[in-house]
Design a protein around this ligand. Structure first.
Ligand code: SF4
Length: 293
């Protein structure tokens, strides 16, 4: 429950309804963000040039993650999304997903490059995951050049994920991939994804991020495409170019989403330079983060 009304959420279907005509008394307001993204580990065996994950070795303690998940669930959080680095490289990843799915009512999701998703890992995740995001930057030889893995391997990963949970395709859009938006949309439809999330490349210490010209091309494509896949576009990097509607009017960013990195620092989002270390309670850290916002 938030100042905007009562949220009804079904983690099995992803259906999310806001009853904004209901006025929620202050003592019943949720204190947690609706969604927390968690970088379980910085480890990843791929070497994408535009990767923004920190390169220092770090991973979160499993018991702390589980305790934080229970704390967030009690405070009204609707979902937790694991990333990294590569979350499937995290030790006993499926056990963590299972523990959270069983002990909370939150949706458990993760974003993956897909190349560690063996049939055995898929089986161990069954029943514990509600949505998966598969990263596919470009198709065919573009994918192979950017990710250094065979395209057929990520097609096979998509097939396996389809047997696990509903899933979406994430694609970083930059000079290499902006010409393949139609191909990416067709790929997403063909493999049975329910969503295509387009992520304008963000600047890192070694890469400049998406150019203004390519950002405009992305916006133009989104405005004219006839693809039937549900589209989502990250606004980060497109603030000036992309008209957006507020998902929930007057909702503060920290009420919508926060990000926990692999060294245990809570940030407004994965790109934020400042955050608050989580010493004990994650809700205390969230409170401190709100104070600094
Ligand atoms: S797969 Fe993701 S985490 Fe791994 S190097 Fe590429 S962008 Fe970074």
């Amino acid at each position: 429950m938030s100042a905007s009304g009562v949220h009804l959420f079904d983690r099995r279907t992803g259906v999310n309804v806001l009853l904004d005509e209901v006025s929620v008394p202050p003592e019943l307001l949720s204190r947690a963000p609706r969604y927390l993204s968690v970088a379980l580990t910085n480890a990843c065996e791929l070497r994408c040039s535009y990767c923004y994950a920190p390169k220092q070795a770090a991973k979160l303690d499993r018991n702390r993650v589980l305790a934080w998940a229970n704390e967030l669930d009690a405070a009204g959080c609707l979902g937790v999304g694991f990333g990294g680095g590569e979350p499937t490289a995290y030790p006993r990843f499926s056990q963590l997903c299972s523990d959270i799915a069983q002990s909370t009512s939150m949706a458990v999701t993760f974003t993956t490059h897909g190349h560690r998703l063996t049939p055995a890992l898929i089986n161990s995740l069954r029943g514990s995951v509600h949505f998966v995001r598969l990263s596919v930057d470009g198709v065919e030889t573009t994918y192979e050049r950017l990710r250094g893995r065979p395209f057929t391997a990520v097609v096979n990963a998509a097939e396996r994920i389809k047997s696990l949970a509903p899933f979406g395709i994430n694609a970083v859009i930059n000079a290499d991939t902006v010409d393949e938006l139609d191909d990416l949309a067709s790929f997403a439809v063909d493999v049975g994804a329910t969503e295509l999330l387009l992520l304008p490349e963000q600047p890192t210490v070694t890469t400049p991020g998406i150019s203004d010209v390519d950002a405009q091309r992305l916006v133009k494509w989104a405005a004219t495409t006839t693809t039937r896949i549900r589209l989502a576009i990250s606004r980060t990097g497109l603030e000036a170019a992309l008209p957006t509607a507020e998902a929930i009017p007057d909702e503060l960013p920290l009420d919508a989403h926060s990000h926990l990195d692999a060294i245990g620092v809570l940030r407004p989002d994965a790109y934020a330079s400042k955050g608050v270390p989580v010493a004990g309670s994650i809700m205390d850290a969230l409170h401190a983060l709100r104070e600094t916002a």
